[in-house]
Write a protein that binds this ligand. Structure first.
Ligand code: SAH
Length: 479
């Protein structure tokens, strides 16, 4: 196999990132923009020993699931990967992905995943976007999204899965930059001022929070920009990020005008959200996800609940209304501050929050108090839970463990560990939080089915290496 070689292949499967997989004489080829069922012509652009990357040249026979992307920049933009796949087919792909991971990595032959909870209208669902700002070859300011795998910016100010009102904010930022000679960030040189524009919208009120990520200690002409921003913006701040890094937000947030938070309502609870705090990006689906979490928790009012990786306390506060006591643990201090404020805002006084790593806080608390738990909820980032945390969870012996996951592979790995501790998967519900992208959210209910001693030696280091080798071949992952 040589670079530049041209293949005609049938796409049989899809990677986690939504690229098509086909085989040329047994050699797997990953082709972006090709969908299962397509027969395509592809050029080999990167050859590895056991697999390669192809570029789609031509769709010779279109898959019955292929559609014309609604978005005009679907191909160059790295934001969505499945715009050429019908929504129904995406849901099937996502359900299968959860099942396959549970079987392959979790050792659970579990065919009873519920059908994916889908969206009726899967457009304009995101409440947040982080737009990179760069200079184009012609010197113009470009605001949009990164192209897939690279950091060149594809101009887009009216994303079909984002908020239409963002365009006014971006227009104002551009006008201000042009008027006051403010330079976009240059990643290679580390020069220029404006790196990103973060916009978050409250679906409850329509209000917007804007946070400009800048490469300077102080934002120049801040008041001038304040005057140009539309009236819907109720919170404007900037985040100082002087580092040469891919991490978007800096460590220091400086308020310019309005509140230091945005307020939104989910499942009847009011939440304040700081710029740096995590908040689910698809509010309509979040309501359904949290309702499922509450259902799986099966609370009667007498339980002690832990909500690990709690962010601004969303799940904690919804559960606090139905439980005796809820403890939340979160690593970002601003989010913990929000969680405490949110408890007060909603007159909830049976919730307590700890700042720190779940894998430190929970073992320390348990060692000190010996208190067990009735229900534990975890909602970790893509890398899943730490082995020592799972061990402590098992020692605390909750009847139910509700696992909210944005990565089926690590969910399945953690499930396999909890099975060693005497827990079994009872229900799994995928929820489509990210239509048109390859990302899959799911929620699993595990129940304690045996009194196996949690301190029995278990094999915690489930080998994900194989999985990630495949994954590497498929491209980088990210939330
Ligand atoms: N349950 C919340 C947040 C889920 S996202 C919600 O639905 O909104 C995962 C959260 O875990 C993020 O807020 C992140 O800051 C936090 N986090 C990441 N690593 C952590 C760790 N080791 N311990 C505790 N929290 C962590």
């Amino acid at each position: 196999m040589k670079k530049g070689q041209i293949f005609e292949i049938k796409i049989e499967d899809m990677t986690d990132e939504g690229a098509g997989i086909g085989k040329a004489d047994g050699y797997p080829l990953f082709v972006k923009d090709a969908v299962p069922g397509d027969v395509i012509r592809a050029e080999l652009i990167k050859d590895k020993k056991t697999y390669g990357y192809g570029r789609l040249l031509e769709v010779c026979e279109a898959s019955p699931d292929r559609i014309v992307p609604k978005c005009p920049i679907a191909r160059p933009c790295g934001g969505c990967q499945l715009q050429a796949l019908s929504y129904e087919a995406q849901l099937v792909f996502k359900e299968n992905k959860v099942k396959a991971a549970l079987k392959r990595i979790g050792g659970v032959t579990f065919d009873k995943t519920e059908p994916v909870i889908s969206m009726k209208d899967p457009w304009h669902y995101r409440n947040k976007a982080e737009y990179p700002v760069r200079k184009g070859k012609d010197g113009r300011i470009l605001i949009g999204f990164y192209a897939g795998r690279t950091h060149s910016v594809i101009e887009c100010e009216n994303c079909l899965i984002g908020q239409e009102a963002d365009a006014q904010v971006l227009g104002a930022v551009k006008r201000w930059m042009n008027e006051f000679g403010i330079e976009p960030y240059d990643e290679e040189a580390g020069t220029g001022t404006v790196r990103h524009v973060m916009i978050r919208t409250s679906f409850a009120s329509g209000e917007q929070m804007v946070c400009l990520v800048v490469n300077t200690k102080k934002l120049p002409f801040a008041n001038e920009l304040s005057r140009l921003l539309p009236k819907t913006v109720t919170s404007f701040s900037y985040s100082v990020n002087l580092k040469k890094t891919n991490v978007i937000m800096g460590d220091r947030t400086v308020p310019v005008f309005g509140e230091a938070f945005l307020e939104d309502v989910i499942c009847g609870v009011r939440y304040r959200i700081s710029p740096r705090a995590f908040y689910q990006v698809n509010p309509a689906q979040t309501e359904k996800l949290y309702a499922k979490a509450l259902e799986y928790a099966g609370l009667s009012g007498n339980e002690t609940v832990w909500d690990l990786y709690c962010g601004i306390g969303t799940i904690s506060l919804i559960m606090a209304k139905k439980a005796k006591k809820v403890y939340g643990v979160e690593i970002i201090p601003e989010a913990v501050k929000n969680a405490r404020e949110n408890a007060v805002l909603n007159d909830i006084n049976n919730a307590e929050f700890f700042a720190g790593r779940a894998e430190d806080v929970l073992p320390e608390h348990f060692a000190k108090t010996g208190e067990k738990a009735d229900v534990i909820v975890v909602d970790p980032p893509r890398k899943g839970c730490d082995g020592s945390l799972l061990h402590t969870i098992a020692l605390m012996a909750p009847k139910r463990l509700v696992y909210v996951s944005c990565n089926p592979a690590t969910l399945a790995r953690d499930v396999s560990i909890m099975r060693e501790f005497g827990y079994e998967v009872k229900k799994v519900q995928p929820v489509d939080m990210f239509p048109w992208t390859g990302h899959v959210e799911s929620i699993a209910l595990l129940e304690r089915v045996s009194n196996r001693k949690a301190d029995a030696k278990v094999h915690i280091d489930v080998d994900l290496e194989d999985y990630y080798r495949i994954k590497d071949a498929q491209g980088k992952d990210g939330k």
